[in-house]
Ligand binder design. Sequence first.
Ligand code: NAD
Length: 264
Amino acid sequence: MHIDLTGKTALVSASTAGIGFAIATGLARAGARTIINGRSEASVVKSLDALREALPGADVRGIAADLSTAAGVAKLVEAMPEADILVNNAGIYGPEPFFDVTDETWERFFQTNVMSGVRLSRHYLRGMLARNWGRVVFISSESALNIPGDMIHYGMTKTAQLAIARGLAKLGAGTQVTVNSVLPGPTMSEGVKRMLEGAAEKEGREIDEVAVDFVREHRGSSILRRPASVEEVANLVVYVCSPQASATTGAALRVDGGVVDSIV
Ligand code: NAD
């Protein structure tokens, strides 16, 4: 299968690092004009340089905007009014005991992980429907289904994304606009590396070893028995964004290494 996104414009939120950067790279490699986003100008410039070095000649642009606020989303939309492909990847995470999680933290998680995708979809989906072609993908998580006891505030946002994606898919009924969610399992992104760095340093071990132990201890149902790479997650997302994925909509697609212990 050859995926060709020539002529399509793709926006990947929060894509200067991690899974988002791998998705942006995959979409740009498939020929899409690709817009990356991060909070600071410096991180956007650094990631654009890396992208251009990896894919000489690729049509890539970057927009700095903090998507945890309505003003940040408005800034992005103003700089980039149309998109054929929207990947709602922005998401923060981190364990914290339920009894210590403040209202402010609940609100911050909701605004960043849920409202960024709501606001971006409200803007870009309209144009996709008018042009009768589009792809919206929400990067949720296996934690949407297996709510972690130490990240209930995160799990709540990831389940909310599934509901929104399923509902938005119905707005595209009978059109060539699809909306789906993708559920990664533990994935070796910059954010996860940061989370595990402390333990690796303390124990004097390689981070990859610590990550395999993390999967074994905290995601015991994993069939893969290791974290995925960001490219393994991006491959599924690029497919979902492709013309070939035209009959897949309203779906929650897992790239979780089998962590969610269910057949369907
Ligand atoms: P990461 O922390 O490695 O990278 C996040 C990127 O988002 C960075 O470029 C950062 O600058 C940017 N960012 C953060 N807040 C932002 C904001 N307010 N506005 C704009 N940009 C912002 O993250 P990741 O691990 O690659 O996670 C990406 C997505 O995948 C998230 O939605 C996360 O919930 C989901 N996910 C990750 C894993 C995993 O194990 N890594 C598993 C399941 C789901």
